[in-house]
Ligand binder design. Structure first.
Ligand code: BES
Ligand code: MN
Ligand code: ZN
Length: 532
């Protein structure tokens, strides 16, 4: 299932649409609004009876008469005007697209033009947010459902895989002509949200399909499509490079591990490209985390197919950066392996050396994410990076601290942390800083090696994991770590505009950061935007 989203500046009442959606602030009557005459059908009655107030998530479907071109009009609540936000727009649009899919219509228009929404928030940002939400809400992972599709044998020759493409829905976002930056903003929003859906598509694969080999193929395909170089390091290559931490996690599985390296350089002749220094992204690619010998309880273990989400996000970010042709050098690194117990698996107490030579006592084989990221971060150093951002479903402790609302962010540079927080608030992929005082380093001191991979039970688990990574971050780079354990997937009803399964968290956030670094589209205040 996918939504095709385009931008229009024409009058939506003149288009033949299955559903024309109108966003409404709480207690502001749509019938009082010019431009909707004849379209609103029984809206006056709806208002009079108080059936629709414009509260967040509220919707009412109207059937206009008098030869209106739209078949239906959907009023969608935005909540209070004082609380107007891009996130409120995303949630309302997510609700609209979800509804449209549920009633099986093919075309939806979302009316922002000349409208109260544009007057409360920056019009181009509103249009972009609406487009993002439509692309994200239109996504569903259905590859392995045969009921709605003709089956086809998959590559492994065992499983039947859905072949027929699920039906698409066309979504038009209408904003007024005077919002001059809207078309370009929507184009970029659609691009990055499609890349987020690509990340979701890989992350949603169950572990028997979404193997490290499959991740490597996804990266290679994305590179060929978008224009970046992909190199896959095999187990033997990792051995030669001394990636003892990564290989210790891969020791228990028979599934070949892959260390994925993606390199993007702007096309020749691109203006404003910094001569030196790359921005490096490192993503955790554990395609299944059983815990290894320190095995996890059976309950919810199936969710650990999503433990590759950080790595999938990095593939998605590379896809977006290359398609947008950002004038920056961007590198993506994804160490990918399963974490399984077996006769060859790493045992608690084992000591290994990472690529930098630093030795690690592995006290718990379930704290494997930090081990593979250690070598990912060591490998990043060869690019003389200006910034290194890693993203990982790293700790249950982060879920305890921040839930599914915000990811944890830690790092060595206050400005980078502040920038990521600002980008998170702008995109809705929100983060919150956690401290990295040296005192936390005490938690991972080891008697047997330089450090150990386990902190103190019940004490700041997200932070001791972050501090562990700090030991391997390239010292000259600004480094940040995103713990996305709570935000990477959804098992309950969904988050307004992102349905069940992998969320693609990190793609829109990191892309926004890189976009701002490249000088494209830093956030304008409303006043600045108006002056342009
Ligand atoms: N992938 C898990 C973290 C996780 C758990 C993410 C639940 C999302 C939901 C990670 O590899 C892990 O097992 N971490 C351990 C670390 C502990 C052994 C120090 C954890 O958080 O329990
Ligand atoms: Mn684990
Ligand atoms: Zn894990």
């Amino acid at each position: 299932m996918a939504a095709k989203v385009t931008h229009r500046t024409t009058d939506p009442s003149q288009d033949k649409l299955d559903v024309l959606a109108v966003l409404v602030f709480e207690n502001e009557k749509p019938s009082a609004r010019p431009g909707l005459e004849g379209l609103l059908g029984n809206a006056a009655a709806v208002e009079k009876n108080g059936d629709f107030k414009g509260k967040a998530r509220e919707q009412v479907l109207l059937y206009p008469q008098n030869g209106a071109k739209a078949e239906r009009v959907l009023l969608a609540g935005l909540g209070k005007r004082e609380k107007a936000s891009l996130e409120a727009v995303r949630k309302a649009v997510g609700g609209i697209v979800t509804k449209a899919i549920a009633i099986k219509v093919k075309s939806v228009g979302i009316m922002l033009s000349g409208w109260q929404v544009e007057s409360a928030l920056d019009g181009a940002f509103v249009a972009a947010a609406a487009a993002e939400a439509a692309v994200l809400a239109g996504y569903k992972f259905e590859r392995h459902k045969t009921s709605s599709a003709e089956g086809e044998e998959s590559e492994d020759g065992v499983t039947r895989v859905a072949k027929k493409e699920a039906p698409d829905i066309a979504v038009s976002v209408y904003s007024s002509k005077k919002v001059r930056r809207a078309p370009a903003a929507v184009e970029l929003a659609v691009l990055v949200s499609e890349s987020a859906n690509l990340a979701r598509d890989i992350a949603n694969e169950p572990a028997n399909h979404g193997t490290p080999t499959r991740l490597a193929k996804a990266a290679t395909d994305a590179g060929a499509q978008a224009g970046f170089k992909v190199t896959i390091l095999e187990r033997a290559d990792a051995k030669k490079l001394g990636m003892g931490a990564f290989l210790s996690v891969a020791a228990g599985t028979e599934e070949p591990c892959k260390f994925i390296v993606m390199e993007y350089e702007p096309p020749e002749g691109t203006r404003g490209v910094a001569k030196r220094g790359a921005h490096v992204l490192v993503g955790k690619g554990i395609t299944f985390d059983s815990g290894g010998i320190s095995i996890k309880p059976a309950d919810k273990m199936w969710e650990m197919k999503f433990d590759k989400s950080g790595g999938c996000a990095v593939i998605g970010i590379m896809h977006a950066v290359a398609r947008a042709k950002l004038p920056l050098k961007v590198i993506g690194i994804v160490p990918a392996t399963e974490n399984l117990p077996s006769g060859t698996a790493t045992k608690p107490g084992d000591v290994v050396a990472a690529m930098s030579g630093k030795t690690i006592e592995i006290q718990n084989t379930d704290a494997e994410g930090r081990l593979i990221l250690a070598d990912g971060l060591c490998y990043a150093a060869r690019y003389e990076p200006v910034t290194v951002i890693d993203m990982a479903t790293l700790t249950g402790a982060c879920v305890v601290a921040l839930g599914e609302v915000r990811a944890g962010v830690m790092g060595t540079d206050e400005q980078l942390l502040a920038d990521l927080k600002a980008c998170g608030d702008h995109t809705g992929e929100r983060v919150w800083p956690l401290p990295l005082d040296d005192d936390y380093g005490e938690h991972i001191k080891s008697d047997a090696a330089d450090i150990k991979n386990l902190g103190r039970a019940g004490h700041a688990g997200a932070i001791s994991a972050g501090y562990f990574l700090k030991h391997f971050a390239p010292p000259k780079a600004k480094w940040a770590h995103l713990d996305i354990a709570g935000t990477a997937w959804v098992t309950d009803g969904g988050r307004g505009y992102v349905g069940k399964g992998a969320t693609g968290f990190g793609v829109r956030l990191a892309f926004e950061y890189l976009k701002r670094k490249s000088g494209k589209g830093s956030p304008a205040t409303k006043a600045q935007a108006k002056a342009k």
